[in-house]
Design a protein around this ligand. Sequence first.
Ligand code: GLC
Length: 744
Amino acid sequence: MKNIEILISEMTLEEKAALCTGATAWTTTPITRLEIPRIQVADGPHGIRKVVKSESLGLETLEATCFPTASCLASSWNLDLLYEMGQALAEEAIALDVDIVLGPGVNMKRIPTCGRNFEYYSEDPFLAGEMAASFINGVQKMGVGTSLKHFAANNQETLRMTIDAMVDERSLHEIYLSAFEIAVKKAQPWTVMCAYNRLNDVYGSENLYLMTEILKNQWGFEGFVVSDWSAVHNRVKSLQAGLDLEMPGPRERRVQEVIDAVRSGQLDEPVLDEAVHRILRIAFKSASTIKGKKFDNAAHHALARKIAGEGIVLLKNNGILPLKNVTNIAVIGRSAREAHFQGGGSSHINPTKVDVPLEELEKLAGNALITYCEGYPADDCTQSDMITRAVEAAQAAEVALLYIALPTYKEAEGYDRTDLDLTDQQVRLIQSVTIAQPNTVVILNNGSAVTMNSWIEGVAAVLEGWMMGQAGGGAIADVLFGHVNPSGKLAETFPLQLSDTPAFINFPGEQGIVRYGEGMFIGYRYYDTRHQSVLFPFGHGKSYTTFSFSNPSVSQRTFRDIDGVTISVDVTNTGNMLGKEVVQVYVHDQISSLMRPSKELKGFAKVELQPGETKTVSIHLDFRAFAFYHPGYRQWITESGDFDLLVGSSSAEIHIVEKVTLNSTLELPCILDSRSSINDWIQDPHGKVVFESIYKKIIESPRSNEILTYLMDLPLIEVLDLPGVSDDTYPQSILEKLLKQVRD
Ligand code: GLC
């Protein structure tokens, strides 16, 4: 491969411009004269969606394994599994001649109603970032690229192409950019995909702050930025902002706009060269991976089943699960026959095969008699006769298994849900069946939280199966019969009702603007800080065995922020079944100059234990585990002081609290601006000296109390503007001026 700089010098302006806009819906422009290969992209993020004809945005795609979607993946809290899935996905990309997989999606689950939440990991940026980094490393290790998306604050489908997300700087960095930052710094995705929406008035495709200042300059992103499909409004402005590749193509007019802009001097050619350089670097990387090698369908299906099994969350269990010696089972719900294994939209995969949940159940049920009823229709109609038949079947059985999938018309790419409810028919079905049969288990398939208040009391057990991929049917059977001990943990809070959610009053916005009024307080950050009850908390998930946490220790009780601290605990399987537990470490800052959530996830580890086995789990907490983003300094800072390290098996089940003291090594200047108070001024060594000199003179005055009261309430800017305040002398005139103001 030629030196890229030399190559660029040999390219014509027309060739450079052509390279920066897609040649087709899924490929970049090859330049045969210079042996520059095309790049072939395809959606992900949980399977390879390779269209048969690259020219079409078409529905006809080649067969590939449909792995569990992001909600399910994140609920596994198993980074190794994400890495393994990434490798398998790359094998399929290589087989299908795909250079870059368009995923993962790491947008925050700001509100459970977002229609694309099934494609996103979590309400927590640390968990999402770690998951994405692991997945990206798995894929890219195999010589296939990824596209970290959608950058940034793309948290709703309503008006997704134009909505203007108004996000304050601190919330942007701590919540909406953080997962991207972790993934870029830990995994260097070959590409990042800009979002459709605007952020603080600027389109994602034209956002210089996001794509150049933050992503490229601050985070050191080395790949190229690709637009979401048709997200570009002005090609020249987007290039100047750092958007390297526009998709889809072909867009001859856009290419010509770029050529004209360079010729007219509107666009500096070095700006175009930078985009060309980034694209060429990836193009040659992609070309070096030999494509066309077959992948093992069965092995990938088995992997999809293993992943789904670890992503399933046992929300409730009165002991009915795992099923033992059951001889008569009523299986109710159409998703027992029609697996609801993926979501609608660009991530829709043409699966190599799909488990039929009912059949997978029958394989493990031995000689049990199994009766099936549809229970609810494909549409939103209510069908009482279906419920009647289901109740009869449930009554005649020992156990009723209710397979309940949220219909695609309720959640998919392109639109948001208007509620968190199952369909009316499904609710009535569950209520009626549980009255007739107390041994009822509900198995859910949905992309994000649903409400359960109207039926959960009567149900013996609830499994959250998510959109679990093509092998989900087998995974559910594995968990129901105890072949797999569930170890999933919620990566998003299940609220009691939609109106309890932090974004509720600001969603989906109005007049084209959505205000992120809840700031950083999304998900558990909100519910915990407000001590608000939820249905199931972030990090929640039960097991068929039990665990204990003991023997905590920290590497240092007092530590420097740049050294961090390591916390260790012993975890013991106190039950009689092999199982996995997720040790979660949350950090609580006891005192901070700016408000912080009451706890934030900053470390986790999944550990497998035989009955009676104990393992020591150690988790290192670095600078960023204690830092917060300060808009005044426009950087992440630490403040010296005491912190609590909370170790638990969910955000609500904290078993151990260890107190540590951080010494910040940062030397930050005092920030004084029009909003600063006298107290801010006194924090600054110089300000303290000046104030004390004033204070000394005032205190000698007969009316010192009045003056001091007045002075302390003055905005600092007025005090500092008082003549003579900035130097050490304090002329009598100031005192008289203050006395006069006090008198007035
Ligand atoms: C879609 C999605 C994006 C996808 C792209 C290509 O609109 O927003 O996630 O990768 O277009 O299908």
